[in-house]
Design a protein around this ligand. Structure first.
Ligand code: ZN
Ligand code: ZN
Length: 244
């Protein structure tokens, strides 16, 4: 004989294992229709580099991390079993459909559910791409040498150094301007790229080296002074010979 009990809410006779706490599963699910919600209804997407925004700009493949960090759950315990993400078009706009299979425990019972939501991808431009479009540069590298002949290998090494950045669609060099004699200036988008170029050139050629910083403004949100860095590298013909 199967033991049935009366649900105090709906009055039905229900098997004991169909109870969740003091009421039946049907009543429980009416009271707790969907314990899971998302704090966001859209995810910003940079149309230039394809990155998305969570707490910071991230590669598109981290979409789940962004969604996961925005889950709101009304119960104490949440166990995600699996999830799927699918690119969709929502009223002509790009979007992503997320399905999350999860369970939580209530009154000693395991409740398995699936949550589904479609999120817009809100197209925008990330700060890095915004800077790039504005011909922004954080650093200048001054290449100097004797006479009109460029030291062999310097430009080749610069090109090799920036290739990985350009493969990720970051423009490394905004501008290359030649002097009348003995050198050229490079406007470099990001300081980190400039540092890498300078480090590689110094290791390979040991040029005379000077660094200077010029105050260009004040970053209010970070309350930090903003500097433009100039690196001067002077190559001597004999140093060049040593490295070859
Ligand atoms: Zn009931
Ligand atoms: Zn971008």
């Amino acid at each position: 004989m199967v033991l049935k009990l009366m649900c105090p809410k709906c009055g039905r006779q229900v098997k004991k294992e169909e109870f969740l706490g003091k009421i039946c599963r049907v009543c429980f699910e009416e009271q707790n229709p969907e314990p899971m919600t998302l704090k966001i209804s859209s995810i910003p997407l940079c149309t230039n580099c394809g990155k998305i925004y969570g707490h910071k700009w991230l590669p598109r493949k981290q979409t789940w991390d962004v969604i996961k960090s925005n889950i709101k759950f009304s119960q104490d315990n949440l166990y995600v079993i699996s999830y799927t993400l699918k690119d969709i078009i929502m009223s002509g706009r790009q979007g992503v459909q997320v399905n999350i299979r999860y369970y939580y425990k209530h009154g000693g019972k395991k409740i398995v559910k699936t949550f589904s939501k479609a999120l817009f991808l809100k197209t925008t431009t990330c700060p890095v791409c915004g800077k790039i479009k504005g011909n922004y540069h954080e650093a200048i590298i001054q290449i100097r040498y004797e006479g009109k002949e460029e030291p062999k290998g310097v430009w080749t090494l610069i090109e090799q150094t920036i290739r990985p950045y350009e493969e990720e669609n970051t423009i490394a060099i905004q501008d290359k301007g030649y002097l009348k004699t003995g050198g050229y200036d490079l406007n470099i988008t990001l300081k980190t790229i400039a540092n890498t170029i300078v480090k590689n050139l110094r290791n390979a050629f040991q040029p005379e080296y000077k660094i200077s910083h010029r105050l260009v403004g004040f970053d209010m949100p970070a309350s930090k002074k903003k500097y433009k860095t100039t690196y001067m590298l002077r190559f001597k013909p004999k140093q060049e010979a040593e490295s070859l």
